[in-house]
Design a protein around this ligand. Structure first.
Ligand code: UFG
Length: 326
């Protein structure tokens, strides 16, 4: 199979490129390196470029004869999307439509889209399934929902089949230690906690301890990066098998609080990890946990690295490697 991975030099994309390479696919990565790293692309061909560049897309798609496109090239910071919405609408919506239009023109009819739990907004239930109300509370979530809506229209009008995968909290690292999370600046809880463990950071700030949760800190559903890659792989098989467009929520179905993440990281690393209790961060719901039963029953997806300890062990191995390199 020939796959174009857009954003394949980033955190999730680079793990996907490796996954596809190991499965025997011919992979082309397109990435503008605004957040990614060329040395994270471990398989196939790397093209540095932007999905805003229609001529480049037309050329790539004509030459590549791809069976499918996977799209990971988005800006992802909720807080930044509030103060710089234009950046988010331009890249996450306008440039994505540019990519979809180039696909339609080239006759490439299968698309796998990185979506997010942020399309749902404030949770109305303990776990969030695909029927949950979609009412995003920040521009980031709105950009992802707009693309999901456009995809439904593109299917009806142009026959473009897509699978939207709404990640909850993507975390962990390649179990073989070759890849991991390398955001700059890093804003995600687990890598920050582990940077505090390795001494690259003085402490971890806990954003709020007065939430309506058992220990007062926010609860999230952390899902291992390799399990997310496996979900993409199954989604690809499904599209290749002729299935119609679909959307799935991807998480482990169990939530862990910020405090539990820190406690588990202390056990895994054997380090102290200094904590500073800080104010709530704007826009954080108290609890976000996925109901992923649809992905299990329809795609056959079952997370292999569901234990928080395993996820933190893999992220810790990566952090230790990074701490030595930097
Ligand atoms: N947190 C801290 N201290 C930190 C960083 C995070 O206490 O230094 C807390 C946050 O307040 C939150 C939890 O840890 O309660 C997880 O925060 P992350 O930033 O790691 O992840 P989010 O849940 O905010 O965001 C993730 C993705 C977003 C996506 C969202 C959808 O990064 O792209 O899930 O639910 F929109």
């Amino acid at each position: 199979m020939k796959i174009l991975v857009v954003g394949g030099a980033g955190y999730i994309g680079s793990h996907m490129v490796k996954h596809l390479g190991l499965a025997g696919c011919a992979v082309t990565t397109l990435d503008n390196l605004s957040g990614g790293h060329a040395d994270a692309v471990l398989h196939g061909t790397f093209v540095q470029g932007d999905i805003a560049d229609r001529a480049l897309l037309d050329r790539l798609l004509a030459e590549g004869r791809f069976d499918a496109v996977m799209h990971f090239a988005s800006f992802i910071q909720v807080g930044e999307s509030v103060v710089a919405p234009a950046k988010y609408y331009q890249n996450n919506v306008v440039n994505t439509l540019n990519l979809l239009d180039a696909m339609v023109a080239a006759g490439v009819k299968r698309f796998i889209f990185s979506s997010t739990a942020a399309i749902f907004g404030e949770p109305q239930s303990d776990t969030i399934d695909e029927q949950h109300r979609q009412q995003p509370i920040n521009p980031y979530g709105r950009t992802k929902l707009m693309v999901e809506q456009a995809l439904a229209d593109y299917d009806r009008a142009y026959g473009l089949k897509s699978v939207c995968l709404r990640y909850f909290n993507a975390a962990g690292a390649d179990p073989a230690g070759e890849l991991g999370e390398r955001h700059d600046p890093e804003t995600h809880l687990i890598p920050l906690v582990l940077q505090a463990a390795s001494g690259r950071r003085s402490h971890i700030s806990v954003f709020g301890r007065d939430y309506d949760t058992p220990d007062g800190t926010c609860i999230r559903d952390y899902v291992h990066i390799n399990d997310l890659c496996q979900a993409h792989w199954l989604a690809l098989q499904s599209l290749m098998g002729g299935a119609g467009s679909q959307a799935y929520n991807l998480g482990n179905g169990s939530g862990f609080s910020v405090q539990e993440v820190i406690d588990t990281a202390r056990q895994v690393t054997g380090r102290e990890i200094p904590v500073v209790y800080a104010e709530r961060r704007a826009g954080d719901p108290a609890r976000l946990v996925a109901d992923s039963r649809a992905a299990t029953s329809q795609l056959g997806w079952k997370p292999q690295f569901a234990a928080l300890e395993t996820l933190i062990e893999h992220a810790w191995a990566w952090e230790q490697k990074r701490a030595v390199q930097l």
